[in-house]
Design a binder for this molecule. Structure first.
Ligand SMILES: [Zn+2]
Length: 141
């Protein structure tokens, strides 16, 4: 048993037709295997972005998924690309006082970041589940 990499996925494989699509998982924030249980859970604001421990419907262990910070890097770039031009247009066109910028852009950046992080984390978890992705293993050990 020692040394031979296992080719079996670490979770029971459901039929592809029975699984929700990655877009459905991302948009609904639901389990990538059954589409029933919530993907995110927790107290307060942490619950908006924290993966649940497992699916409450089918029992899929979400701890096996490692989406890391890949989603955050893309979201930072995307939110900056969306908000920065809009804020410059507002400033050049209306020249509002500085506190108006704070009232506009702080909630916009926070809200857009949370929404896009939920979407991208859900999408990454769904893709990892669908393609049985995991850490790489060397075949010569
Ligand atoms: Zn499930």
């Amino acid at each position: 048993m020692c040394g031979a990499p296992s080719s079996a996925p670490p979770w029971p494989k459901a039929r592809l037709a029975d699984q929700p699509t990655p877009a459905q998982v991302a948009l609904r924030g639901r389990c990538p295997r059954c589409g029933g249980g919530p993907l995110f859970s927790g107290q307060g604001f942490a619950g908006l972005l924290q993966l649940a421990k497992s699916c409450s419907v089918c029992g899929l262990d979400y701890g096996r998924f490692n989406v890391g910070d890949g989603a955050a890097a893309g979201v930072i770039l995307l939110v900056g690309a969306i908000i920065m031009p809009i804020s410059l247009v507002v400033d050049f066109r209306f020249a509002p006082p500085w506190w108006v910028h704070g009232l506009l852009w702080v909630p916009a950046v926070v809200g857009l970041s949370i929404a896009l992080l939920r979407l991208s984390k859900g999408l990454l978890v769904a893709m990892e589940f669908r393609h049985d992705a995991g850490e790489g293993q060397r075949s010569d050990q």
